[in-house]
Design a protein around this ligand. Sequence first.
Ligand code: AMP
Length: 278
Amino acid sequence: MRRLAEGLRGQGRVAFVPTMGYLHAGHRSLLEWGRANADRLVASIFVNPAQFGPAEDLARYPRDFDRDRVMCEAAGVDALFVPASADIYRPGHQTWVEVENLSRGLCGRFRPGHFRGVATVVLKLLNIVRPHLAVFGLKDYQQYLIIRRLVADLDLDVEVVGRPIVREDDGLAMSSRNSYLGPEERLQARVLSRALAEAQRQVDAGERDARGLSGKLTELIAAEAPMVRVDYLALCDPATLDEVAGLGAETLLAVAAWVGKTRLIDNALLRVAPAGAA
Ligand code: AMP
């Protein structure tokens, strides 16, 4: 891969889209952005064991390499990197990357070690592929901030790009894990994006108190979707991820919830319209 990447760098600017495969339209939007904004496009598929906890879904994470390859070809990917676990974590591996503060809250609290696994594998992939641009989805907002921090703190020579969340027609954020959902779970999962939309309506109607707002949203979820169990629903500063007491110009609303045995995440940037705006 490194030899191939070196050749691609000689042909122009290289964009890189790392994924765990089982690709969907969210991944496709990242590939299309890379295709349109760089000369060469590299994607990777690697279900990174280091970012799964011992009780998590590593073994059953969905995989369909043939379909993924077709999607990558259709999206104009020049090189698809699909390393084996044993190639990434070789015998004696003992170096881990910890992005401290940003990894503590939200998913970090519920998935200990997860972001250390993410930061480590992303650094390794960036070192192997050496792209000019690395493209990530804002669906994983905390991951995106952590990677930006990692790149800045370790002086990596790559531009990190964050792209908007792609959703199903009914609002559910696209995720490889949506394939786990049974029909009734799939219906109830819509409540997450509905709660995000309701939050913006509440803000537009004048709500500024974080606790009040999160209480209303938690109630809405419980009332509309009894199969959904919230891990967290948090209003945060979108740069630091620190929880806020009151809503400022921009506040990140991040949610993680179990729908049956499937853990889903979603988020939205809530905006307070400037005074005087229509
Ligand atoms: P994953 O395969 O889930 O690790 O995701 C690979 C990349 O695709 C990450 O940068 C994700 O944030 C991004 N991604 C996943 N789902 C979506 C989505 N619904 N919209 C936009 N980007 C996404």
